[in-house]
Design a protein around this ligand. Structure first.
Ligand SMILES: [Zn+2]
Length: 299
């Protein structure tokens, strides 16, 4: 409606400015403009210079299988540092959810990226060290402020994002595989508002934002869906203050970052283990409540 009338500000602006593509922006192609030949490992693509045929692409055998079976819709062409990448959309059907025998509680954190109630612990130490190095380097480059420094900075931050994503893939896969093998469901804390909830020293704040809690949770969720592992989100209130043995809640139960010592029953645990057990229990409650509401009503 408004804004497209002849002579309107927006229209004049739109018409006077030619459409320009940012050099690094993704170019979307539908199936008419880009077609895949999986067996040959090539694509055929329309360009400003006409149709380019037999452009070879490379990917892992696993990715190729997924392409053959599930690729659907648009593909994006992206250029990064002189290399062209094709980003394909795959529409993977979800497996049917099974009825879990129990739940695995997953506590996400900074020192330990993930701790599960089954005893799996993914330490953030490697990531933390890596990030510290990156931060130091970034400060050096930012101080320089030259164009090449800026380019290098961009390249660095992409590399860092890839590294974090890789770690999150490995961790999420371990969690989902364990759940599948044991016929369990997965309970995660509802991360909405994690930034306001988690209180910590200033120097930890940068690491919290960049760890990609949301990414890890998102990876766990999509991997779980793919294989039919039930997943529930639980209310994060008191998961770190409540004793998983007796249920007593007290902020002082959490002695320090790593130690949980119940002031009521005297239970002594690693703080992350305690939290993961609370999350597991809450997950079971959420699932049971959901099952009752899912059950058909008696007429
Ligand atoms: Zn206790």
């Amino acid at each position: 409606m408004g804004g497209t009338l002849p002579g309107s500000k927006r229209r004049v602006r739109a018409e006077s400015k030619p459409i320009a593509f940012r050099p690094e922006a993704a170019q979307p192609y539908d199936d008419r403009c880009l077609s895949w030949q999986y067996d040959a490992g090539t694509v055929s693509i329309w360009t400003t210079a006409g149709r380019l045929r037999n452009v070879r692409f490379t990917c892992s055998p696993k990715a190729l299988k997924m392409l053959c079976e599930y690729r659907k819709g648009e593909s994006d062409l992206v250029e990064r540092d002189g290399v062209f990448y094709l980003v394909a959309v795959c529409d993977i059907p979800e497996a049917e959810q099974y009825e879990p025998l129990g739940f695995i509680g997953v506590d996400l954190g900074i020192v330990n990226i993930a701790t599960t109630s089954t005893g799996y612990r993914a330490a953030g130490r490697g990531l933390n060290r890596y990030r510290k190095r990156q931060l130091a380097l970034r400060e050096k480059l930012q101080a320089k402020g030259t164009k090449s420094a800026k380019r290098l900075l961009k390249k660095r931050s992409r590399k860092e994002a890839r590294h974090t994503a890789h770690v999150n893939h490995v961790v999420s896969k371990t969690i989902v595989t364990t759940a599948e093998r044991t016929g369990s469901g997965i309970a995660l804390e509802d991360l909405t508002g994690i930034r306001s909830r988690v209180r910590h020293r200033k120097d930890q704040r940068t690491s919290l934002h960049s760890w990609g809690f949301h990414q890890l949770a998102a990876f766990v969720e999509y991997k779980a869906r793919r294989v039919g592992v039930p997943l529930v989100y639980v209310d994060p209130a008191y998961t770190s203050q409540q004793c998983s043995e007796c249920g007593y809640i007290d902020r002082k139960n959490r002695v320090d970052q790593a130690t949980f010592a119940c002031r009521s029953c005297g239970a002594l645990m690693h703080a992350d283990d305690n939290a993961s057990h609370n999350i597991r229990r809450k997950g079971e409650t959420v699932w049971t409540a959901g099952r009752e509401s899912r059950a058909p009503a008696i007429p």
